[in-house]
Design a protein around this ligand. Structure first.
Ligand SMILES: Nc1nc2c(ncn2[C@@H]2O[C@H](COP(=O)(O)OP(=O)(O)O)[C@@H](O)[C@H]2O)c(=O)[nH]1
Ligand SMILES: [Mg+2]
Length: 259
C-alpha cells in the first residue's frame, strides 16, 4: 500500500490540477493507496475541495482549525501514516502546489522497494532540473543546499530541501517510536522540518538515494509560503542543537540501535 501525504495551506487553486493527476497515476500503479491531506487552517476553499475529492478517491483529511505551520502539519501527517501503515508499505510526501508531478511517485516507490529507506526527488541528479524558478530563488536554494551538505553530509545526497520524497513505512514507524514528539521537533521554524526529517533519519543510519526530478515551478499558481528568514534561522538553530556537545542530537540520538 502507498500512503500519499499532502500538506495543504491555501491551495484551492492547485488542488484541481493536482488531485486528478494523483488519481490517474495511482490507478496506473495497480497498488492500493490512501491520500492523507492536512488542511492547515486555510482561509480559502481548500477544505471544501478536499471534501469533494474524498468522495472520488481514497482520501483522509486532517483538519487544523488554525494555521499551525508546516512543522506541526508534517508531524500530524507522518504520525497518522505511521499509525495506519504496515511495515512493507511506502509513504510519499509531496507539495500541494502542483510543482511536484505525481508521475514521479512510481519511480520513488520502486527505489524504496530496491532496498532504500528514504528516496528523494532530486533536481540535482543528471536528468533532473527546475523550470520557472527565478535566478534569485535558484541561488538561495543552491546556498541552502550547500550549507546543509557541509553541516549534515549524507552520502550520495545533493538535494536536501525538496520535500518530494518516499520513505519506507517501517523506517517512519521506527522513527516515531524512537523520537516520539521529537521526530519533528522544530515546529515553529517554517520549512526547517523538511531538513530535520533527513537529519533525524540519518542519525538512525537510514539508507538514502536520489532519483532525477524536474521541479515544475512554472505551474505554481499559489504564492510560495516559504519565509526565508524563519527557515534560515531554523537551519542555524538546528545546527546548534545537532552539534551541541552536551546532550546535542549527534551525541544523544547517534546511539540509536534498531529495537
Ligand atoms: N500545512 C501547512 N502547509 C504549508 C504551510 N506553508 C506551506 N505549506 C505547504 O507546504 C508545501 C510547500 O509550500 P510551498 O508554498 O509549495 O513552498 P515552495 O514550493 O518552497 O515555494 C505546500 O504544499 C504548502 O501548501 C503551512 O503553514 N501549513
Ligand atoms: Mg512547493
Amino acid at each position: 500500500m502507498i500512503y500519499i501525504l499532502l500538506p495543504a495551506y491555501n491551495e484551492e487553486k492547485s488542488l484541481h490540477n493536482l488531485m486528478p493527476k494523483i488519481k490517474e497515476t495511482m490507478a496506473g500503479c495497480g497498488e492500493p493507496y490512501l491520500v492523507i491531506a492536512c488542511n492547515d487552517g486555510s482561509d480559502d476553499k481548500t477544505q471544501q475541495y478536499l471534501e469533494q475529492y474524498a468522495s472520488q478517491m481514497p482520501l483522509d483529511i486532517i483538519q487544523h482549525k488554525i494555521n499551525r505551520g508546516l512543522g506541526e502539519t508534517s508531524r500530524d501527517l507522518f504520525e497518522r501514516a505511521a499509525e495506519l501503515c504496515g511495515e512493507a508499505d511506502v509513504i510519499v510526501r509531496l507539495d500541494c502546489d502542483d510543482t511536484h508531478e505525481p508521475d514521479f511517485i512510481p519511480t520513488l516507490v520502486n527505489k524504496v522497494r530496491e532496498g532504500f529507506d528514504v528516496v528523494i526527488a532530486s533536481r540535482f541528479e543528471p536528468g533532473g532540473g527546475q523550470e520557472g524558478v527565478s535566478s534569485y530563488r535558484a541561488f538561495v536554494s543552491r546556498c541552502a543546499n550547500l550549507f546543509m551538505k557541509i553541516f549534515f553530509p549524507i552520502k550520495g545526497l545533493k538535494e536536501y530541501s525538496c520535500g518530494f520524497r518516499a520513505y519506507r513505512a517501517e523506517t517512519i514507524k521506527e522513527a516515531v517510536k524512537f523520537y516520539g514528539n521529537s521526530f519533528i521537533q522544530l515546529k515553529g521554524l517554517g520549512f526547517t522540518c523538511t531538513l530535520e526529517k533527513l537529519v533525524k533519519l540519518k542519525l538512525m543510519r537510514a539508507k538514502f538515494a536520489e532519483v532525477p526530478f524536474l521541479l515544475r515551478y512554472d505551474q505554481k499558481v499559489t504564492d510560495s509560503k516559504m519565509v526565508g528568514s524563519v527557515t534560515t534561522l531554523g537551519y542555524m538553530v538546528m545546527t546548534v542543537l545537532y552539534y551541541w556537545p552536551w546532550g546535542g542530537w549527534r551525541n544523544t540520538y547517534g546511539k540509536y540501535s534498531k529495537s
